[in-house]
Design a protein around this ligand. Structure first.
Ligand code: BTN
Length: 331
């Protein structure tokens, strides 16, 4: 769905999160009150929550700051500003990862960024859906081309997690940890996730799309479909609004140099830092592997970034894929 001009205008008027009377909104938009109400209803499908209070009017459950390429640019590092980044911003798209994977097939250059206010088919890991209401979260993908083929990017997914933590720390958001391979976690609740998709040959050049979803604000209603414990930046920081343009720029400021240097940097550099943010070390967990479940104690990661798990017989196994779930009954 593309917004009509009136819908866009209405959202702009409500963006401050304050109450606006239906009569005043109708006058400002030069439409009837019923038309205002109808447009507000249309926002519901995008996960935009509107409170209506008799005598006060309408207000958004959470204020909105729209993504803006100009504002993002002002917060980019001097070198990224000089370099210039191709950023596509969508009010709505199916999936920013899917969009850039299609671009990759069309030969689009390395370094293209795609952002969206809303995804109709956001992709999570292991075929799951990524839930994100309109205009509240970070929905970011970057297309990157690597010269040396898929073998050269082993460990990239862990390194990306490190770059995201660096960006959060630079914004004063501390205490966020990593859950292997790269979930962003705060106090055992998921703040964000990373989905890396690759196309190309094992030996030849390959194109990678790095997708990041970070929860800025999720209402309980918006999160109804999320199957695991979650948290958002609004809760962590205690701040009522999140400057997504600034945070997006900070993420690009840490992700771009890391992607540019990755092939020439020993993986140990990133793994060393990753270990400092490991929030699962020593915990009893269950690893889901295809149809198998293995319970054990996390012993960290090995020098290739594989997960080390000690089973009940004391044997340590390394896992290259799978998903860990906290085992609250045992830990
Ligand atoms: C996970 O399941 O933990 C990974 C979630 C990744 C979500 C992001 S949002 C931006 C990009 N576009 C997608 O469709 N998915 C990723």
């Amino acid at each position: 769905m593309e917004f009509s001009d009136k819908q866009r205008q209405l959202l702009g008027l409500l963006a401050d999160g304050d109450f606006h009377s239906g009569t005043v909104l109708a006058e400002q938009l030069k439409v009837s009150r019923a038309a205002v109400w109808k447009q507000l209803q249309s926002f519901i499908t995008l996960g935009i929550e509107v409170n209506a209070i008799r005598g006060k009017g309408y207000r958004l459950e959470s204020s909105l700051s729209f993504l803006d390429a100009g504002l993002i640019n002002t917060h980019l590092s001097a070198s990224l500003q000089r370099q210039g980044i191709d950023i596509a911003i969508f009010e709505q798209c199916d999936s920013t990862n899917r969009y850039l994977m299609a671009d990759a097939r069309q030969g689009v250059a390395s370094g293209k960024v795609c952002l969206a206010e809303y995804q109709t088919a956001g992709k999570g890991r292991r075929g799951r859906q990524w839930v994100s209401p309109f205009g509240q979260n970070i929905i970011l993908s970057i297309l990157w081309r690597f010269e040396l083929g898929t073998a050269s990017i082993a460990g990239l997914s862990l390194a990306i997690g490190v770059a995201v933590i660096r960006a959060l720390k630079n914004q004063g958001i501390a205490d966020v940890g990593l859950k292997w391979p790269n979930d962003l976690v705060w106090q055992a609740r998921k703040l964000g996730g990373i989905l890396i998709e690759v196309s190309g040959e094992t030996g030849g050049p390959c194109a990678v799309v790095v997708g990041l979803g970070l929860n800025g604000f999720l209402s309980a209603k918006a999160a109804e479909d999320i199957q695991q414990a979650w948290v958002d930046l609004k809760h962590i920081t205690g701040q009522s609004s999140l400057d997504r343009n600034r945070l997006t720029a900070e993420l690009l400021n840490t992700l771009f140099p890391l992607l540019a240097e990755f092939e020439a940097t020993p993986l140990s550099t990133y793994l060393h830092e990753w270990r400092q943010y490991d929030c699962m070390l020593g915990k009893t967990v269950t690893v889901l592997l295809h149809n198998q479940k293995i319970t054990g104690i996390v012993k960290g990661i090995d020098d290739d970034g594989l997960l080390l798990l000690q089973d009940t017989q004391g044997r340590v196994q390394a896992f290259s894929s799978g998903e860990i779930s906290f085992n609250t009954a045992l830990s």
